[in-house]
Design a protein around this ligand. Structure first.
Ligand SMILES: Nc1ncnc2c1ncn2[C@@H]1O[C@H](COP(=O)(O)OP(=O)(O)OP(=O)(O)O)[C@@H](O)[C@H]1O
Ligand SMILES: [Mg+2]
Length: 479
C-alpha cells in the first residue's frame, strides 16, 4: 500500500472524516434553518406592509370613492420608495399609479403574488423582482399594490453563494487537516511498528524512539519501552538461571554420580555402601536446597510474589529472627543483640523479609565470628552479631553487623551474584545463594542491599522503602 493509501485507510483519518461529516451536517442544517427563517420573516414583513397599505386604501375608497382613492394613489406614487400602484378601470386602463402596466404574472392571479417589473433610473433600466396584492375595489375598478423585493432577493442569493463557498472551503480545509493530522500520527505509529519489528526479529535490546514531547504517543512508547526492559530483564534472568543450572548444579550432580559409581565398582562391603549412600542423601538434600533457593530467587526476580504484600512491622520480624537464632548463636559460644532505634512499617512480604534476615544472620554466624570466642573490644559493642533497625530518609534500614574478616570492597558487588563464594569460605557448607536471595528480596520491595566495612567485620544494610513512602511511589506499589 502506498503511503497516501495508508493515510486514507488510517483510523485517525476516518475518524476526522466522520467528525467533519457530522459537523458539516449539523452546521448546514442550522444555517439552512436560520436562512429559511430569515427569508420567511422578511417575506412576512413585506406582505404585512402591503396588507396594511391595501387596508388603508380600501378605507379611502369607502370614505371618498374612486375619486379619493385615485388622488391618494397619485399622491403616494410621487413619493420616492419602493411601493408600486396600479389602479385600473374595467378595460384595464390605468386611472392612477406608478406602474405602467399590469404585471403579466398578476393578470389572472387572484390575491397577488410575485412579479417582475422594469425600473428605469438614471443608471438605465433594470428588471427587478416585486411582490404584489390584487384588490378588486368594485367590479370595474381594480387596484394592484406592489413592493420591490429585489434587494431582499439579491441578499438571499449572495448569502446562498457565501454559504456554498464557505462550506466547500470548510470541507476542503477539514479533509486536508484530517489528512495532515493522520499522516503525522501515522508516521509516529510507523516508528513504533518499525521498532516492534526489529525487536521481533530478535533484537530484544531495541527500544522505541521517544520524541520527548510528553504527549500520549510518547507515553505509550515509554510504557512499551518499560515493558520491553522488563521482558529483557526476565529473559536475562531466565538465561542466567539456566546457565546456573548447567554449570553450578551439573558439577555436584556429576560428583554424586561418580561417587556412587565408584562405590559400586570397588565394592568394599556393606558399611562402605552405607557410608556412600548416607553421603549421597546428604548431598542430594543440599542439591534440593540449592534448587529451591534458585527457584525462589527466580520467582522473586519475576515479581511473582508481590501480590501477597501487606503492611508489616519490621521490629516484629527482627525480634522473631533474633529469638530463633539466639540458641544457635549461644551454642557456638557467641552472642547476638537486637537494637531498635525506631520501629518501621513497610509494605511487603513478611516471610521473605524474615528469610532474607535469617540468611544475613546465618552468614554473620558462619563467616563473621570465626576465630574463637568473642573478644569484647571496647567501643565495638558487646555482641558478636548485632542487628539494628533504624530509619534513614524514606527507607527503613536493617543492619546486620559482625566482627569477622568482612568482604573486600572489590568483591562486594560480586558476592551478591548467584553461586559466588569467596575463596576463604569454600570450606564452609553453602551454595552461594544466600546473598542473592537477600538482593532479590530487596529489589522486589523497591529497596537495596549495601555491604559496608564494620572495621572489623561486615555490615550488611538491607534498605526497604517505608510504607507511607510506598503509597506515594507507585513504581514499587503493585508489581
Ligand atoms: N558476614 C560475612 N563475612 C564475610 N564474608 C561473607 C559474609 N557473608 C557472606 N560472605 C561471603 O559471601 C559469600 C556469599 O554468601 P552467600 O550467603 O550468598 O552464600 P553462602 O553463605 O556461601 O551460601 P548459602 O547462603 O547459600 O548457604 C560467602 O560464601 C562468603 O564468602
Ligand atoms: Mg549464606
Amino acid at each position: 500500500m502506498t503511503a497516501i493509501g495508508r493515510v486514507f485507510k488510517s483510523a485517525a483519518f476516518r475518524l476526522s472524516l466522520a467528525y467533519l461529516l457530522i459537523f458539516m451536517t449539523i452546521a448546514g442544517l442550522a444555517i439552512l434553518f436560520i436562512f429559511s427563517r430569515t427569508n420567511s420573516l422578511l417575506t412576512e414583513q413585506v406582505m404585512q406592509t402591503i396588507g396594511a397599505e391595501v387596508k388603508g386604501l380600501r378605507e379611502q375608497y369607502r370614505v371618498g370613492g374612486v375619486g379619493l382613492l385615485k388622488s391618494t394613489i397619485d399622491g403616494r406614487s410621487l413619493r420616492p420608495g419602493s411601493n408600486m400602484y396600479y389602479l385600473s378601470d374595467r378595460r384595464g386602463v390605468r386611472i392612477a399609479g406608478n406602474l405602467n402596466r399590469i404585471p403579466a404574472a398578476l393578470t389572472d392571479q387572484a390575491g397577488g403574488g410575485l412579479f417582475r417589473y422594469t425600473r428605469i433610473s438614471h443608471k438605465g433600466s433594470e428588471k427587478r423582482q416585486a411582490v404584489g396584492i390584487v384588490l378588486q375595489v368594485t367590479p370595474d375598478v381594480r387596484l394592484i399594490v406592489g413592493r420591490d423585493i429585489e434587494d431582499q432577493v439579491s441578499f438571499t442569493k449572495s448569502s446562498r453563494r457565501i454559504f456554498i463557498w464557505g462550506f466547500s472551503l470548510l470541507a476542503l480545509v477539514g479533509v486536508a487537516g484530517g489528512f495532515l493530522v493522520s499522516r503525522h500520527i501515522l508516521g509516529r505509529i510507523e516508528t513504533v511498528n518499525a521498532a516492534a519489528q526489529t525487536i521481533m526479529a530478535g533484537d530484544l535490546s531495541g527500544r522505541i524512539p521517544v520524541k520527548g514531547s510528553g504527549d500520549e504517543l510518547d507515553r505509550l512508547s515509554e510504557n512499551l519501552n518499560a515493558m520491553l526492559e522488563r521482558i529483557e530483564q526476565l529473559m536475562n534472568g531466565l538465561r542466567e538461571v539456566s546457565d546456573n543450572i548447567a554449570h553450578d548444579l551439573k558439577t555436584p550432580l556429576s560428583r554424586l554420580r561418580n561417587r556412587v559409581e565408584g562405590a559400586l565398582r570397588d565394592s568394599q562391603g556393606e558399611s562402605h555402601y552405607r557410608d556412600v549412600l548416607e553421603r549421597t542423601i546428604e548431598e542430594s538434600d543440599e542439591l534440593i536446597k540449592t534448587f529451591n533457593a534458585l527457584l525462589s530467587i527466580a520467582r522473586l526476580e519475576a515479581g511473582a510474589v508481590a501480590k501477597e504484600f501487606q503492611s508489616v512491622s519490621l521490629e516484629e520480624i527482627l525480634s522473631d529472627v533474633a529469638e530463633l537464632y539466639e540458641p544457635l548463636v549461644e551454642d557456638e559460644g557467641k552472642s547476638i543483640k537486637l537494637s531498635v532505634e525506631s520501629d518501621a512499617t513497610v509494605f511487603g512480604d513478611r516471610q521473605l523479609i524474615g528469610q532474607a534476615l535469617a540468611n544475613l544472620v546465618e552468614n554473620a554466624l558462619k563467616y563473621g565470628t570465626q576465630g574463637g570466642t568473642s573478644d569484647k573490644t571496647p567501643g565495638k559493642g558487646d555482641a558478636d552479631i548485632r542487628i539494628l533497625l533504624k530509619q534513614a530518609g524514606a527507607f527503613a534500614e536493617i543492619h546486620v553487623v559482625d566482627r569477622g574478616p568482612g568482604i573486600p570492597a572489590s568483591e562486594r558487588a560480586r558476592v551478591l551474584k548467584r553461586f559466588v563464594r569467596l575463596e576463604d569460605s569454600r570450606s564452609m557448607p553453602g551454595s552461594g545463594l544466600g546473598l542473592s536471595l537477600v538482593a532479590a528480596v530487596a529489589r522486589l520491595h523497591g529497596g537495596e542491599v549495601r555491604l559496608d566495612d564494620a572495621k572489623p567485620g561486615l555490615e550488611v544494610v538491607l534498605a526497604i522503602p517505608l510504607e507511607h513512602d510506598m503509597a506515594n511511589n507507585g513504581k514499587h506499589g503493585n508489581r
